[in-house]
Write a protein that binds this ligand. Structure first.
Ligand code: HEC
Length: 470
């Protein structure tokens, strides 16, 4: 009954009979797994906010061929080619904003009693050494010991979006999925501690400096949801902010800072009182990093060709810089110190360049040509290089003193290598080869010899607890 009523409403919103036909096709073939209003059930949401940049050809091939080793069936032979294209057009059309308030969130909440009952001294693993490894091919986040490189735990998380976070005391980790789930994992007992669906489609989450609150950037419904980290109960929902593209926790001043997608500014939220203030930025912030001291944000806005330095304490811009190398990818910048100064290195979207920025006076120190446009730069205080992926099979190494490329590693010739993370002491670097039958290759960070290979299905990010408290 509900389904047909929904269908009638949706039909009346559609322009043209082709889309109307696509809607009934969707309800017949897809709604049982993807939800009558496309909000996701056992399958993910099929709405523009979730599908993001996937182009029509890619979506059509998913529908035609299904997704191997998942419940997504192949519709080749069931749907005509025209019907496949109709289905693509339909899932790309705007979805009605869902009703997703406190009661809907709470209806999905599950918290494990066993985890809290068992909270005593956990198994004899050193939590400082733990890694989370995001395995995109299976939707699993693995927990790996950073000394033996053995897998010690795992949790089914779906399509993970944004970096998972450790709480400062390393009792728990929090993971967010693209379809709005927040998963809490108990690092003492190495088991899931609970989950809640905070929205239909989400970008990332942040854990407050005291580990007591979790803020979730929600795209649909648009807003920011703050949860109690212990109970996972929603404490406050900000809806006037519009869609939030990312949220971070600042150590300094105990605040969350959230970038809104369609607003020319940042929301700064006191993590105790949950009061919000708005800081104007002149254009929407589409990407940023916060320097290690937590006071300054370096931000950009898509298409602006500029970097801005924002003082989050004084809530004002302190510098504007032209970006000759095109749109920077700031969220994955690497930081290091040399002769009393702090430096940041970051790649550029579509340009084979690594930029080095000197913090404090905010001058561009160098623009280094690399093999291809990469995505991630990473270093560690005990390591002489910044390791940078290049969108190719090669990870290049830039000497932190001379700012020149002095080495490289190639985990598997012809296969893309990406995302670098170090062990707690920096002795080893982990590099992903994100193939279906992929792997993480572990390098001695000084001799550059590969020491070990661990197989994963499309491994992406790796996060070490000691290096990623924030
Ligand atoms: C039996 C359940 C089921 C049915 C029926 C189904 N799907 Fe899926 N679909 C899934 C699951 C599960 C996934 C996620 C697979 C994974 O883990 O990657 C998925 C993923 C997808 C994706 C990829 C989304 C993304 O960006 O990751 C698309 C597109 C999609 N389905 C479209 C459709 C369409 C269109 C139909 C109807 C013609 C349909 N599906 C019918 C279960 C189903």
């Amino acid at each position: 009954m509900r389904t047909s009523f929904t269908a009638i409403i949706a039909l009346s919103l559609l322009s043209g009979s082709a889309l109307a036909g696509a809607e009934s096709l969707y309800l017949r073939h897809c709604a049982s797994c993807h939800h009558p209003e496309r909000h996701g059930l056992t399958g993910p949401p099929l709405i523009p906010e979730y599908l993001g940049a996937k182009d029509d050809a890619r979506l059509a091939s998913i529908i035609r061929d299904g997704i191997e080793a998942t419940n997504m069936p192949a519709f080749k032979g069931v749907l005509s080619e025209k019907e496949v294209l109709d289905a693509v057009r339909f899932i790309k059309s705007p979805a009605k904003a869902p009703e997703w308030g406190l009661s809907e969130m709470l209806s999905t909440r599950a918290v494990s009693d066993r985890a809290s009952a068992a909270a005593g001294p956990g198994p004899g693993h050193n939590r400082e050494e733990l890694f989370m490894v995001v395995e995109a091919g299976s939707g699993i986040v693995h927990f790996m010991d950073g000394v033996s490189f053995k897998l010690v735990g795992s949790v089914k998380a779906g399509a993970v979006h944004g970096g998972p976070k450790f709480v400062p005391g390393l009792e728990h980790a929090f993971i967010s999925s693209r379809d709005g789930w927040v998963i809490k994992y108990d690092l003492l007992n190495l088991m899931e501690a609970g989950r809640i669906r905070a929205g239909i489609s989400a970008r990332n989450l942040a854990v407050s400096a005291d580990g007591k609150k979790v803020a979730v950037a929600s795209l649909l419904p648009a807003g920011l949801v703050v949860l109690d980290a212990e109970s996972l109960e929603p404490l406050k929902t900000f809806r006037d902010s519009g869609a939030i593209s990312s949220v971070y926790a600042l150590r300094e001043g105990r605040r969350f800072v959230a970038a809104a997608r369609d607003r020319a500014g940042l929301f700064i939220i006191d993590d105790i009182t949950l009061e919000e203030t708005f800081m104007e930025t002149g254009a929407p912030v589409t990407d940023f990093f916060i320097e290690p001291q937590g006071r300054y944000m370096v931000a950009t806005s898509r298409g602006s060709g500029k970097l801005w330095v924002l003082d989050l304490r004084e809530k004002k811009a302190v510098k504007e810089l032209a970006m000759p190398s095109g749109m920077p990818h700031l969220a994955s910048a690497a930081f290091w110190e040399r002769d009393g100064a702090t430096f940041a290195a970051f790649p550029h979207i579509g340009e084979p360049v690594l930029s080095v920025l000197r913090l404090g006076d905010w001058e561009l120190e160098a623009a280094i040509r690399v093999k291809g446009p990469g995505f991630f730069a990473r270093t560690h205080e005990n390591v002489p290089h910044v390791w940078v992926d290049t969108g190719t099979d090669t990870v290049q190494l830039m000497d932190k003193r001379t700012l020149t490329i002095t080495g490289e590693v190639v985990p598997e010739p012809g296969k893309k290598a990406m995302h670098i993370e170090f062990t707690r002491d920096g002795a080893y670097a982990l590099v992903s080869v994100p193939e279906d039958d992929g792997k993480v290759v572990i390098y001695d960070s000084r001799s550059l010899e590969p020491r070990k290979t661990v197989p994963f299905k499309r491994p992406l990010g790796k996060y070490n607890a000691a290096n990623r408290r924030f």
